[in-house]
Design a protein around this ligand. Structure first.
Ligand code: B12
Ligand code: SF4
Length: 474
């Protein structure tokens, strides 16, 4: 039986070039269940919508599955609508965070037969077996579908407890070279590919949706390192990373992974997602010794009031300590900041600016977006701030767009505050070590945009410096 899985881009020419290993896991599980799987990777192969539709039709599928997170809803809707006309009898389904959180909308508007809820491997594999046997696929646990216009859920599927038994992602079905050689989050082009080490997170940050729930499940360190060895052998990667919900959730697990990495792959570099309250000097030292050079901490705000509101379970002081500790171990501590939470005021933004100055950190500040499946999405819908969910998803493309204003401030005031804060954070960071940081920034921009782009950037930077100095906020 033929199955075709589509990885939608989020608009032609836009690429994050981050390997979609959730879809690759699903592809591997479906292959293992006996399907002949074809992947149409719009992002990796830079395909137009027309070409993607042609390729799906040519592959003669019995099942078509769409991946991609919620930002790609528009494209899934377009693909689903067109393919439904061309392939009326095919079973069309979608998975991932968007479809899992808004199954009714996806089913109806993307012309789907089914949505695979949450963790996708076992449900997709069982779907293949059921369709092959000609039995009723609607009885497969872990699905949502429409029946007589009503949204119906099949039995809930329990998440897999043993992650080591998962087949490795089906890298070979994707244009993997395009991902391996793409620019990574550090803006480097060292050959890289990421590996999933654990699933789940026990915290409850109000802006976060965790598809894998609150119970953390981890692979064994040996299985993780075996997979990285395979990636080194097959694709020549020199860098990897663990984009799990929370890689640093267990100290012993991290230390053992580091020990094995050091022994088997002494030259590999890596990064991970961490939490400031779950690192300590000894663990960080071991991480550095085994090649870790970058930890992404979602700091989000430098204001204790905001951190509490976000249910982050850490204080600004904890964040400062975590960042300093990480730097002392020789690892880059990446922060990210969001502005515009419920309760945000000029004062709390000023606290964030001051925090960045004290931490000597710079990072883009993004507007809070209430993504489906999060606590703030429910609050925003209840407050009538998202009157039409579909048009909200359509606009969900660029993270620095103000889609919903959750504050008491008018939009223009929040926008002005963001611009001001971003300027302040950038300026205090650059001016702390101008002789190294300004040339470093210029060089980074030249690499990203070429010489042409740099003229515009330089002009913008200079004018932002002067504009901010004149500002009444100073
Ligand atoms: C790595 C990552 C990224 C990478 C790219 C990931 C990618 N290639 O899609 C980068 C850094 C680029 C990124 C960007 C963004 N991200 Co992100 N990201 C993640 C992260 C940390 C891991 C994703 C991952 O690879 N998981 C591991 C794999 C194995 O799981 P998976 O992808 O979910 O796949 C499983 C299921 O979803 C399902 N499944 C997936 N696809 C399919 C397809 C079919 C057919 C089926 C049946 C099943 C299925 O089965 C898979 C196996 O179990 C998640 C958090 C998380 N832990 O999931 C956030 C997450 C997905 N990101 C999120 C967000 C909001 C964003 C941004 C919008 C952030 C921003 N403000 O800019 C951007 C959007 C980029 C864009 N324009 O599309 C949210 C999504 C929330 C939501 N409700 O949809 C998450 C959940 C973070 C969070 N905790 O809130 N992200
Ligand atoms: S933001 Fe990070 S720590 Fe908070 S709930 Fe989500 S995955 Fe967990």
């Amino acid at each position: 039986m033929n199955v075709t899985l589509v990885y939608p881009n989020y608009g032609e020419g836009k690429r994050s070039k981050y390997f979609p290993f959730g879809l690759a896991y699903v592809a591997a599980a479906m292959e293992q269940a006996g399907a002949k799987v074809t992947v149409v990777d719009m992002e990796g192969d830079d395909l137009s919508l027309n070409r993607a539709v042609e390729l799906v039709v040519e592959s003669d599928p019995a099942i078509v599955g769409f991946g991609g997170m919620v930002t790609r809803f528009r494209i899934v809707r377009e693909l689903g609508t067109r393919l439904r006309e061309l392939l009326p009898d095919v079973i069309m389904m979608a998975g991932n965070s968007g479809a899992s959180t808004l199954p009714g909308l996806y089913l109806l508007r993307c012309m789907l037969d089914a949505v695979v809820l949450g963790e996708g491997e076992a449900t997709s594999a069982e779907l293949v077996r059921t369709v092959n046997e000609g039995t009723d696929w609607r009885k497969v646990p872990g699905l949502a579908f429409l029946s007589g216009g009503e949204l119906v859920y099949s039995e809930t599927r329990k998440m897999r407890s043993d992650l080591d038994s998962l087949p490795h992602p089906a890298w070979g079905l994707f244009p993997v070279e395009n991902y391996v050689t793409s620019m990574d989050h550090r803006q480097k082009t060292q050959p890289h590919l990421e590996v999933g080490a654990s699933r789940g997170c026990p915290y409850s940050c109000v802006y976060c949706y965790h598809i894998y729930g609150r119970k953390v499940r981890r692979r064994s360190p040996a299985s993780i390192v075996n997979e990285i060895v395979e990636l080194v052998d097959r694709f020549g990667i020199e860098y990897t990373g663990f984009p799990d919900d929370l890689f640093t959730s267990d100290r012993e697990f991290v230390l053992e992974t580091c020990r094995l990495l050091r022994g088997r792959l002494p030259n590999i570099g890596w990064s991970c997602i961490g939490r400031v309250n779950l690192v300590d000097p000894e663990m960080l030292k071991e991480m550095r010794r085994s090649g870790c050079d970058w930890i992404s901490f979602g700091i989000e705000s430098g204001s204790d009031r905001m951190l509490e509101r976000m249910k982050r379970n850490v204080s600004a002081e904890d964040c400062l300590r975590g960042i300093r500790m990480t730097r002392e171990a020789g690892i880059h501590a990446e922060g990210s900041f969001i502005i515009g939470m419920f309760g945000e005021t000029e004062e709390t933004v000023r606290e964030t600016v001051e925090f960045c100055r004290q931490a000597d950190i710079t990072a883009p500040m993004l507007y809070v977006t209430p993504y489906p499946g999060t606590e703030i999405f429910r609050q925003a819908v209840d407050a009538g701030l998202i009157p039409d969910v579909e048009s909200f998803l359509e606009k969900m493309n660029a993270a620095d767009q103000l889609l919903v204003n959750l504050t008491e401030m008018p939009d223009h005031e929040l926008q002005r505050l963001k611009e001001w804060a971003q300027g302040q954070i950038g300026r205090s960071y650059l001016m702390r070590k101008p002789l190294t940081r300004i040339p470093g920034l210029l060089w980074k921009h030249i690499r990203l945009k070429g010489l042409k782009g740099i003229t515009g950037d330089a002009r913008e930077l200079t004018s932002s410096f002067f504009r901010k100095r004149d500002s009444s906020r100073e």
